[in-house]
Design a protein around this ligand. Sequence first.
Ligand SMILES: C[S@@+](CC[C@H](N)C(=O)[O-])C[C@H]1O[C@@H](n2cnc3c(N)ncnc32)[C@H](O)[C@@H]1O
Length: 269
Amino acid sequence: MPRNKDADGYIKHLKSLNVPYNVNIKGIDFPIEDTDVYPPGKLTEMFIDYIIKEKIIEGKVVADLGCGCYALGIIAAMNGAQMAIGADINSKAIDCAKQVIAREGITNAVVIHGEIASLLPSYSGAVDVILSGPPWDSVTSDTVVGLESDVLERAFYDVDDSLLRGVMCEGRELYKDKSVGKTYITSSQRVLERVEKLCAENEMQFKIVKEEEIELGNPHYILCLSKKEEEKKVEEIIDDHQNVELDLLISSQENVGGNDSSFCCCAIM
Ligand SMILES: C[S@@+](CC[C@H](N)C(=O)[O-])C[C@H]1O[C@@H](n2cnc3c(N)ncnc32)[C@H](O)[C@@H]1O
């Protein structure tokens, strides 16, 4: 995939900013002390609004994978989540997250520096909901020399789809119950194409649960990912249930001579 001009322009802009500066998300200041840190923005806020409004996190143990400064996890922990667990490969973003956790006196959020797999030893089987705001684009490691070591670029370019693959594979090991665990991610139009491909490879499926133009003409999405067989099973159960209702209805109609419409309505309900 070619480099993304918008991403490259934004990387250049972020690297030119004077640090430190604060980014305020939902009333919480996130101190950006290094130009290599991805500052949470409008898409992060849209995601936070959605998970709070739709009660996705209420009483839940939430994992924020590729958490950056951990705005999603921290604000989830402050707004009804039982606990938040986060991980990111950028140690400077993790420093920012730890500062906010300490400053706000948050006791139900932990964050780890590392890939998603680094959460597994302690948190396998502990999580209800996974959240992730993945990098804007993807590149293969053989086409971009040096990018793997540039931590800011890793916020924009998912090298060999390592974050998205991690969310869809190792990430699922975090679930308390893999049959009901849901994963929510943000996505641009370009991420959507990768998600489609990775879902097919990992027998998963996704639904667009929210669409919003973050900037004019630039739609972004929140996707809900789930395992394919599980959804299939639910569909089969619904089908079976409907067949039973239909059988019931037919036999009821036969019993009453097939012309009692009020009885039919009760049977359908
Ligand atoms: C677009 S930023 C989003 C950060 C945060 N979710 C937010 O909304 O501010 C993507 C983040 O994913 C992290 N990342 C990229 N690849 C990763 C990987 N393989 N494992 C863990 N984190 C990764 C980057 O360091 C970056 O902080």
